[in-house]
Design a protein around this ligand. Structure first.
Ligand code: TRP
Ligand code: SF4
Length: 328
């Protein structure tokens, strides 16, 4: 089985967009690949260094969400980045051979620095984000990295760093990782914009049934449909974008008919959506609750996962050091 690795930053509570866009995909590919999934807590520190204890809380929460959503420690190696310090050690070596210009050119670097104005991101750690990410990946010699399209520039630089290492020290020691891109529909938030914690439009895995119902019930619809007697157009309605993800083909046909002829109301339409979303979230909520009630289960899984990860990462490090003549 080919090896796959991916990580997620614990930079806030997980929402439905993260679940549909990334996590569900990880859950699906567990049987097909040898998978390593981790909480990238050091990466969260690159922007969140002002509040490390919050990152620690989000780390636990994210790990809980990994498991609640269906990542299975029997199938995948699930761990916390900072519990495998080998990543940091490889990062040191990679940082020596990574040209500054490569890092300064990464598009997400400039974009994020412009977007995030309330934090000083003129730091060494933030610039080096992709180097650490490269260490995360190649220390397991992972072949594929399931990521969203926004992460492709990071993966490109990982390939370049791996190539540079191989060029300097010996051919093909680190395989160049490839993106495993999954086409997933955009998940709109309750205001119709892309679901994001910074827009305040997100539905969180930690929301309860009442909150989810209320958020969806008050979600924006086709603005032309103010009253039930107004005809609507599902193609411009964010609720319908969610229906495309959650409801059945038959239901969507019914909704389209009813909406365009003003024979069903938006609340009827939303009731169908709410039913599906709650059905999806219920088992996740149950598992979450189980983990909250049994905190030692979570810690044991993290410990076991980092042990497994450490073994593989440590072996790569030793071979790497032998190759470059650091040890003999
Ligand atoms: N940059 C990723 C994100 O923001 C997180 C991440 C860190 C990652 N290390 C990784 C993803 C290694 C894939 C592989 O979500
Ligand atoms: Fe949108 Fe559904 Fe209302 Fe049509 S009926 S406008 S698809 S919420």
């Amino acid at each position: 089985m080919d090896r796959v690795l991916s990580g997620m930053q614990p930079s806030g509570p997980l929402h439905l967009g993260n679940l549909i866009g990334a996590l569900s995909n990880w859950v699906r590919i567990q049987d097909k690949y040898e998978c390593y999934f981790f909480v990238a807590d050091w990466h969260a520190l690159t922007t969140g260094y002002g509040n490390p204890s919050q990152i620690r809380d989000y780390t636990i929460d994210l790990l809980m969400n990994f498991l609640s959503a269906g990542l299975d420690p029997e199938k995948s190696t699930i761990f916390i980045q900072s519990q495998v310090p080998e990543h940091a050690e490889l990062h040191i070596f990679l940082s020596m051979i990574t040209p500054l210009g490569w890092l300064e050119r990464v598009p997400t670097y400039k974009e994020k620095k412009e977007q995030i104005k309330d934090k000083d991101l003129d730091t060494y750690g933030f610039l080096g984000y992709p180097v650490l990410q490269t260490a995360d990946i190649i220390i397991y010699r992972a072949k594929y990295v399931p990521v969203g399209i926004d992460q492709v520039p990071h993966l490109e630089i990982s390939r370049e760093i791996a190539r540079r290492f191989n060029y300097l020290y010996g051919n093909d020691f680190f395989p160049e990782p490839e993106a495993l891109l999954t086409e997933f529909p955009k998940v709109p938030g309750t205001d119709g914009r892309k679901m994001s914690k910074s827009y305040g439009n997100a539905i969180y895995l930690s929301d309860d049934e009442k909150t989810v119902t209320e958020k969806l019930r008050t979600m924006v619809t086709d603005p032309a449909r103010k009253r039930k007697t107004d005809k609507g157009n599902p193609q411009v309605c964010p609720v319908f974008d969610l229906q495309k993800i959650f409801s059945t083909e038959d239901e969507r046909q019914e909704i389209t008919k009813g909406c365009t002829t003003a024979t069903i109301g938006c609340l009827d339409c939303k009731a169908i959506l709410i039913k599906h979303v709650i059905n999806l979230m219920k088992p996740i909520w149950e598992k979450r609750q189980h983990l909250i009630d049994n905190p030692s289960v979570l810690l044991d899984i993290a410990l076991e996962g980092s042990k497994k990860a450490k073994k593989v990462a440590g072996e790569t490090l030793i071979k790497m050091k032998e190759l470059i003549g650091w040890i003999s």
